[in-house]
Design a binder for this molecule. Sequence first.
Ligand code: PEP
Ligand code: MN
Length: 263
Amino acid sequence: LAGREFKPEDTVIQIGDIKIGGEEIQVIAGPCAVENRDQLLETAYKVKECGATLLRGGAFKPRTSPYSFQGLGEEGLKLLAEAREKTGLAIVTEVMDPETIPLVAEYADVLQVGARNMQNFFLLKALGKIRKPVLLKRGPSATVQEWILAAEYIMSEGNYDVILCERGIRTFETATRNTLDLSSVPLVKQMSHLPVVVDPSHGTGKRQLVAPMARAAVAAGADGLLVEVHPNPSEALSDGPQSLTPEDFGQMMEQLTGVARVL
Ligand code: PEP
Ligand code: MN
């Protein structure tokens, strides 16, 4: 179902009046985690002003350590819904297990599957039964074929609205958090009709690399970007080192207008 042979034309996913896939690029921006009302609303207003159309923010956080901040849960979802109401931005947030899907789907416009859950087949199948788009991150050690087959799990249950997200893979390189595999963008777009967005934040782990890789992603044909933005990155409860300030984000957005996206 995910293959170009099955469906030659690009899939365009409609979220309100936003289209993911096709002509335009959409930018999903926001903090790694929803931390509090002020942090989220300030970020939401600022990214909207700079041209983002979707707001991201984790309410359920898959943290490497069980002692790290795990997210605000439903309170975080409510804050995201409030931010949508105030700004008009659509909401993207992670769901970590099948049991929590109904709760997350009540608030979110797009449900994110985190990299660590890319092959959680029960979660994928359950997301195949809902009627909201799913943003499927590439697993840190997944091949492109495995990633597309993970999308197939969702689609095989009836949900065809899958957005693929390249967020870097684990290699021998330790100077960056992950190795952002931009060759996967044109490769996946040849193999599949599904839209592909790129996450240069998790893909590099370093703030100063985010804008250059965002530009490269657009040049490579990405349908959108997912970028972490925090009003005060040094105080962030997660992923501060890779988070842009709203000012950095504005600059990145300006630079993107000069990038040719040849499809
Ligand atoms: C995130 O988007 O904050 C996140 C946890 O991403 P990933 O699953 O790609 O690590
Ligand atoms: Mn993060």
